[in-house]
Design a protein around this ligand. Structure first.
Ligand SMILES: *Cc1c(COP(=O)(O)O)cnc(C)c1O
Length: 407
């Protein structure tokens, strides 16, 4: 028989979100009358702006005509979209041939791992979006699970004590550093000074940063950097991964991109951009042309305005959740609330309690689903993540119920 991939054998118990879904289902079966509201999974809820949906519908209908039909496009993506991303979101900090269009950021993070193989060392923020580590485990780059994490992974705690910015001196030379800002789950946004320290560290220590900027459009503070490429020196040590999922509600539509600068080199001097081009042309056959037409519409002035409005809507929810968690009942329990207003997530610490216990209590007593911080890494223990993706009336009702909880 064929042996099981040792990477899979090393994977620890279920992925976080299926476990959240399992507990929700179990509760719903026992309590069919409960009206459960989710402030849990980071899935978008508001309809696509009509301008953007129409661009996809028009492209689709044109495919039924001889003039409008097209088959495979370039694997790297539609050249108009590549140029528009470079121009609109990078303003000259990236060129179109450094932009690769994909079916989403998670898929790019998975493919990135084939670029570096199983020998690379990994460093991640702790807590972190689970795919960085789990994907590395699957390709056998993370090593054995010691019960306190994987041997080949350096976990960098990001907590209120260090202002959610890690101690870089813990990172081993020649590591792949996954860094997410605005962060999922903590909502923390790195400043220019912090990112400069990260870039300088990477350049001096042979590291490559995989910078996940999926929430960049939630940044409202003009002083905060929206891309790693605003930082001097970043082009020799960084790859940026991004997506239309969160800014445009494309979670189900699927469209993302990566930026790999021409100056980025492997130890032997060869171009990372060239190998990434090879990965994309070999293992990927291009994002859907219909969806790419939607992406182009997102970057028209009307599309940019529509995206901003939807994000503003979610940010109102975020402020409401943050205000609720600062209420008297939570204050009495010593709950600490971290909300930057530059991300869709509110991160809250319940001192002395375990994340899953608080999750269960809130599900049982308020019928509200949250996400346990411990599922994002050991430093997330005692925290819960509250997501502002939801219809405003549901979020308001969830907040009403939360304000009546006692601890
Ligand atoms: C949602 C999310 C993604 C996934 O984006 P897709 O393009 O939908 O695959 C990537 N990174 C982070 C941090 C996310 O929260």
């Amino acid at each position: 028989m064929i042996k099981r991939n040792t990477g899979f054998a090393n994977l620890t118990a279920g992925y976080l979100f299926p476990e959240v879904a399992r507990r929700r289902r179990e509760f719903a079966e026992k309590n069919p009358q409960a009206k459960i509201i989710s402030l849990g999974i980071g899935n978008t809820t508001e309809p696509l702006p009509e301008f953007i949906a129409k661009a996809m519908a028009d492209y689709s209908m044109a495919l039924a005509t001889p003039e409008g039909y097209s088959g495979y496009g370039d694997e790297q993506g539609n050249s108009t979209l590549r140029a528009k991303i470079a121009e609109t979101w990078y303003k000259g900090m990236a060129s179109p041939e450094e932009v690769f269009i994909s079916d989403g950021a998670k898929c790019d993070i998975a493919r990135i791992q084939t670029l570096f193989g199983s020998k690379v060392k990994i460093a991640v923020q702790d807590p972190a979006y689970p795919v960085y580590v789990d994907g590395s485990v699957i390709v056998s780059a993370a090593g054995k699970n010691t019960g306190k994490g994987y041997k080949g992974v350096t976990y960098m705690p990001c907590t209120p004590e260090n202002d959610f910015f890690p101690d870089l001196s813990k990172i081993k030379k020649n590591s792949l550093i996954y860094f997410c800002s605005p962060n999922n789950p903590t909502g923390a946004c790195a400043t220019k000074e912090q990112l400069k320290a990260l870039v300088d560290f990477a350049n001096s220590n042979g590291c490559i940063i995989i910078y996940d900027a999926a929430y960049r459009e939630f940044i409202r503070d003009p002083k905060l950097p929206k891309t790693i490429f605003e930082i001097e020196g970043s082009r020799t040590c960084s790859i940026e991964i991004n997506s239309f999922s969160k800014p445009a509600g494309f979670t189900g539509v699927r469209l993302g991109w990566s930026i790999v600068p021409m100056e980025l080199k492997f130890a032997d001097g060869t171009s990372v951009n060239r190998d990434w081009n090879r990965v994309m042309t070999t293992l990927f056959n291009g994002a859907s042309n219909v969806v790419q037409a939607g992406g182009i519409a997102c970057l028209e002035p009307e599309g940019l305005k529509a995206m901003k409005e939807v994000i503003d809507y979610y940010l109102v929810n975020g402020a409401k959740i943050s205000e609720t968690l600062r209420g008297e009942n939570f204050k009495k329990a010593g709950v600490e609330v971290y909300y930057t207003g530059n991300s869709p997530y509110v991160w809250a610490k319940f001192p002395g309690l375990k994340s899953w216990d608080v999750f269960d209590k809130i599900l049982k007593e308020a019928n509200v689903v949250t996400t346990p911080g411990s599922g994002f890494g050991p430093a997330g223990e005692s925290f819960l993540r509250f997501s502002s993706f939801g219809h405003q009336k549901d979020v308001n009702e969830a907040c009403e119920r939360l304000s009546k909880l006692s601890f």
